[in-house]
Design a protein around this ligand. Structure first.
Ligand SMILES: [Zn+2]
Length: 473
């Protein structure tokens, strides 16, 4: 992958019918670490890091209607909510943000429609529609007549819609999926292959305006709006200025390495529907899609009715930005489901940060401050990323890199116990400890940028920093 000079990374675009969810915080943090890492590897201006908001569709229209607000001001309010995540989670300065209500996006979605025109046809259709899923359900999506994900009764809809010839792309999709790099983890690729082998049904890509007006108008058909998925998936290239094929689109999509991050329930949308749309339009397929697991709480899916929702704002309020990054990036498995409760978060915070990294920094820098000449010119430019950090970041296993860094922290703790520098005042031992602490801080750069900076700064001035991770009351 390192042969590419540019790198494109995007999260999925969350629906704006609720406040940012912890699962999305995980996704955008995972993306942020990789964006920072690639920025370091490829240099300024060679990474395009994208997120945004998915603002059309029936689900959002209904949510807005329930609040009595106009849908335009409703989506505006939530889009701002999502933009705030940048500061709250300490995301890279160069994060881009696309809204599916942006004029340039609307033009792109309509242009993609044109490009796929040969595979689009109109037919009368009757089906069971789940608003939660924003799609028609098939028999295998139903349990006792209800949506298996939302446990709600779908609506029976009969209307004339435009359809996309998904079934035509079975062979081409199977060929795309042959490459083990296109989906991470690999067993999700097996899942995608199975989906295709079970047979693909053409899917509806428009809705009748008599039912839903909140969407992008179908070109040359006043009676229909574009289906929300067809619309939203286009955002991955509209953010790059497509249909303009020069500029960012050329640099990042055509000539760069493209990586999408998504939750594990997204395989059919990101790796199949979207890829078939790209094939139809004659646009290069996504190089890789990475799927993360779900965060549950107390053995159950988080839900308002169960009262077990943990939201990223509350986490940051309680632990701070970098500690929240630590908790989600280390203790949530990169690709499997993880169970998180406030009790567990408290324990992880205490063990890894208060008694772990925070305590280590205080101990070593106190020794340095007391025993090493304050005019010492510490070389903080000689740090480097460990081979393991590089290898695992290239596999997108951020949790493993974090575990590795914390094993180094434990080694240093043990070294202090063994060598007792507070008794011996051995300058060589203390200097080595500071040097190794600097390496740890440097390897934390993409994960906990502020903390990494603070530690390196305290080494430069040879002074113990203020308490990095205060004990929780
Ligand atoms: Zn559903």
């Amino acid at each position: 992958m390192s042969q590419n000079k540019s790198f494109y990374i995007t999260t999925t675009l969350p629906y704006v019918n609720a406040e940012p969810h912890i699962g999305f915080a995980l996704e955008i943090l995972q993306a942020d670490v990789l964006a920072r890492w690639k920025q370091w590897e490829l240099g300024d201006g060679n990474v395009f890091f994208n997120t945004g908001t998915d603002e059309h569709g029936q689900k959002i229209f209904e949510a807005a209607t329930r609040t009595g607000e106009k849908v335009e001001s409703y989506v505006e309010k939530y889009a701002q909510e999502f933009k705030k995540l940048k500061e709250i989670l300490g995301l890279s300065d160069n994060l881009r943000f696309i809204r599916t209500t942006d004029e340039r996006h609307i033009r792109a979605a309509q242009e993609l429609w044109h490009k796929c025109k040969k595979d689009i046809y109109k037919k009368e259709f009757e089906g069971l529609y789940c608003v939660g899923c924003e799609r028609f359900l098939t028999q295998r999506d139903l349990v006792n007549g209800k949506c298996s994900i939302h446990n709600t009764e779908p609506q029976l809809l009969r209307e004339k819609n435009w359809f996309f010839r998904f079934s035509k792309y079975e062979k081409e999709l199977l060929k795309y999926l042959e490459d083990p790099k296109v989906i991470i983890p690999d067993w999700r690729r097996a899942e995608a292959i199975n989906f295709v082998k079970e047979g693909l049904e053409d899917f509806s890509i428009s809705r009748d305006k008599s039912r839903l007006t909140w969407g992008i108008p179908v070109p040359n058909d006043d009676t229909q709006v574009i289906y929300v998925w067809f619309d939203a998936l286009t955002s991955y290239i509209s953010t790059l200025g497509w249909p303009d094929e020069k500029g960012d689109f050329k640099k990042f999509w055509q000539e760069g390495h493209t990586l999408q991050l998504a939750g594990k329930d997204q395989v059919r949308f990101q790796s199949l529907m979207w890829q078939a749309m790209l094939m139809s339009a004659g646009i290069k397929n996504t190089d890789q899609v990475f799927y993360h697991g779900f965060i549950n709480s107390g053995g159950q899916k988080m839900s308002k009715s169960l009262g077990n929702v943990i939201n990223p704002y509350d986490m940051v309020k309680k632990y701070g930005t970098d500690a929240t990054r630590y908790l989600l990036l280390r203790h949530v498995h990169s690709t499997e489901d993880t169970d998180v409760t406030w009790g567990r978060l408290d324990e992880w915070y205490e063990a890894g940060l208060v008694n772990g990294l925070g305590n280590l920094v205080s101990r070593i820098m106190k020794l340095a401050e007391d025993n090493i000449d304050e005019t010492t010119d510490w070389d903080t430019h000689g740090y480097n990323f460990s081979g393991y950090t590089k290898e695992k970041l290239d596999e997108y296993r951020e949790d493993l890199v974090m575990d590795y860094i914390w094993s180094k922290i434990a080694e240093l703790d043990k070294k202090i116990q063994d060598k007792k520098p507070w008794e011996t005042k051995d300058k060589k031992v203390i200097t080595d400890l500071v040097e190794e602490l600097g390496q740890i801080a440097y390897n934390l750069k993409s994960f906990m940028p502020k903390t990494s900076e603070k530690i390196i700064e305290s080494i430069k001035v040879n002074k113990k920093p203020e308490n990095l991770f205060p004990r929780q009351d």
